[in-house]
Each structure stands twice: as structure tokens, then as C-alpha cells.
Design a protein. Structure first.
Length: 175
């Protein structure tokens, strides 16, 4: 028998992971590639509980995840609110496009409109995936992610805390 419950979350270096780690020592945090896999982990028994981002102070209810948690009949065990401090980082100074999770792109719209109005914006499955992709392939792309994630992938941080006062609410859910 395990000592700790497995808590499924998105990624290894994401805001979901940060919220999961704040959920307490009773959990062994297990990262998954995308949110579909997080939800599926409950059904497959790979996680005992999952952490789901459901609301943001800038963008409001995160409908796709909120609705999925409710429609799946999940039970909310706990609620965790964390500050979200987005950075924008790149390998070079020329920025032709910006990648991040769709929520991060929406949360940082004002900053992007002001500083990179002509740059293409593309959504990927997580902020961590955006940083990884930019670190491996792009010479003129940037990622929006946490400072820890940007430095882990050895990206040059252009600006920090680009969505001031940003917070997100996460639910810890079980079947």
C-alpha cells in the first residue's frame, strides 16, 4: 500500500505543478503531457486525484476545464489559489512569434499587444511545452512561462511578471 495519494497535474514545470505541490505532502505529484491525459489518469487509475485550473483573475472561468470537471462528476476535495507570474523568454532578440498555453496567451494579451503587436501567437499544450519547443528549434520565437521553466530551458528572459496581479484557482478533484 502506498503512503501517499497520487495527484495528477499538467507537466513538470507548469503552474498546475506548482499548485499541486502546494496541495500538501500527502501527495505524490505525477505530471502528464496534456490536460486530456490528466483527466484520463483518474479513469485509468494512474492518479487518485487530479488538479484542475478552473478560474483566473484576468480571464475568468476556464470553461473547458471547469465544465469538464463538473460534467465528469468529479468531486472537489480542495481549492488552491496561487499567483501566476509569467515571463517572456527567447533564444534571440528577434521575436517573430510567441508560443504558450492558450490561457497564458490570453492572460498576457495586454503585454503582447503593447510589446509584440505584429508577432504571431500560437497555443500549445502547456507553458513548459512552449519553452521546450523554443529552446530546441526556434531562432525567432519566444515562450511565455514561469521564470523557473524559462531558466530550466536556458532561454533569455526578456521580461518578468508580464500579467500583473495574476492569480489562478485550482481544484483538487477525485471520482
Amino acid at each position: 500500500m502506498r503512503d501517499r495519494l497520487r495527484l495528477g497535474c499538467l507537466g513538470e514545470r507548469t503552474n498546475s505543478r506548482m499548485a499541486a505541490e502546494r496541495a500538501g505532502e500527502r501527495y505524490e505529484v505525477v505530471g502528464f503531457q496534456n490536460m486530456d491525459a490528466v483527466f484520463e489518469s483518474l479513469r485509468r487509475g494512474e492518479a487518485d486525484r487530479i488538479i484542475v485550473p478552473v478560474e483566473n483573475s484576468i480571464t475568468g472561468i476556464i470553461r473547458n476545464y471547469y465544465n469538464r470537471a463538473i460534467e465528469s462528476g468529479l468531486r472537489v476535495i480542495d481549492e488552491i489559489v496561487i499567483p501566476i507570474i509569467h515571463c517572456i523568454a527567447a533564444r534571440s532578440e528577434q521575436i517573430g512569434f510567441v508560443l504558450s498555453h492558450e490561457q497564458a496567451l490570453m492572460q498576457c494579451t495586454n503585454y503582447l499587444d503593447q510589446h509584440f503587436p505584429e508577432s504571431y501567437r500560437g497555443a500549445v499544450c502547456s507553458t513548459e511545452e512552449a519553452a521546450r519547443m523554443i529552446s530546441q528549434a526556434s531562432t525567432n520565437g519566444a515562450a511565455i512561462a514561469s521564470l523557473d521553466t524559462c531558466t530550466h530551458y536556458r532561454l533569455r528572459v526578456i521580461a518578468q511578471d508580464i500579467a500583473k496581479g495574476n492569480k489562478s484557482k485550482f481544484w483538487v478533484c477525485e471520482r
